[in-house]
Design a protein around this ligand. Sequence first.
Ligand SMILES: NC(=O)c1ccc[n+]([C@@H]2O[C@H](COP(=O)([O-])OP(=O)(O)OC[C@H]3O[C@@H](n4cnc5c(N)ncnc54)[C@H](OP(=O)(O)O)[C@@H]3O)[C@@H](O)[C@H]2O)c1
Length: 301
Amino acid sequence: MGLPANGCAGDKQLKFLIYGRTGWIGGLLGKLCEAQSIPFVYGSGRLENRSSLEADIAAVNPSHVFNAAGVTGRPNVDWCESHKVETIRTNVVGTLTLADVCREKGLILINYATGCIFEYDSIHTLGSGVGFKEEDTPNFIGSYYSKTKAMVEDLLRNYENVCTLRVRMPISSDLSNPRNFITKITRYEKVVDIPNSMTILDELLPISIEMAKRNLTGIWNFTNPGVVSHNEILEMYRDYVDPSFTWKNFTLEEQAKVIVAPRSNNELDASKLKKEFPQLLSIKDSLVKYVFQPNAKLAAP
Ligand SMILES: NC(=O)c1ccc[n+]([C@@H]2O[C@H](COP(=O)([O-])OP(=O)(O)OC[C@H]3O[C@@H](n4cnc5c(N)ncnc54)[C@H](OP(=O)(O)O)[C@@H]3O)[C@@H](O)[C@H]2O)c1
């Protein structure tokens, strides 16, 4: 840690090279840089094409590289089950190539990864408050997406220039965005009801920029502390946004019949992030402050 007084990374002025221009997280990151007057350029290379990444770095001469590129599948991660080579190409070959090129150029890579590589087990039981820590070995390989993300995380541990951010069930204040976890569960016909760790992007993406400024590396559970269940979120949605909203629950067994690959449910221990950023809000407080209160104002007559 320890930023020089001029706010620069080392001797270099901040300049970010960002992958994922057309994506959700990459798009939000660019807007944040604009708002904070941080110079940035979106990478035009494809992750699996090493020379295209080298060309981007040569042209931009960045202080830090951000990777918000990856395949998540459309309409959902089930796509990865039937597109394994495409999933490997971007999420494995591509991510590792970018990390390797950045290392060669002496650059820190802030990598938006996933926390969907764990599931509740006999030590980390549902409701116990015992979350998975950064050093824990992934135990969820139920979907091909998660399986390959877990493999890559393990390999990236060896890259001392990489900051791995385990994002989970990302939520933003834009409730019209179909990628938003809240938007998804308000539109499903039926939802399960399981407490999970989640990432409020409005609060945490600015923190990822600050992490770059502090030149932090290693693995980070990138979620708000604590857990929130589907029903708790939907109750808040009803109370703040739409008093007429109703929903139906179903069990994990019933859910299994309408999806191809199982989904991960877990609690991540966010104490490492909280120690670095003591102002970090709990998941429920963050939901109220960053998502529901702003949307309640909009909904007011
Ligand atoms: N959304 C979630 O629920 C979630 C949860 C946890 C973690 N994450 C992780 O966070 C990252 C970003 O997620 P997101 O939701 O913002 O994804 P997204 O909206 O699907 O955007 C993905 C971005 O990656 C780019 N991309 C895909 N393949 C590429 C390649 N081979 N080379 C260069 N760019 C490529 C896409 O550009 P093109 O359109 O040009 O291909 C797009 O800009 C992903 O790694 C994802 O696994 C997401």
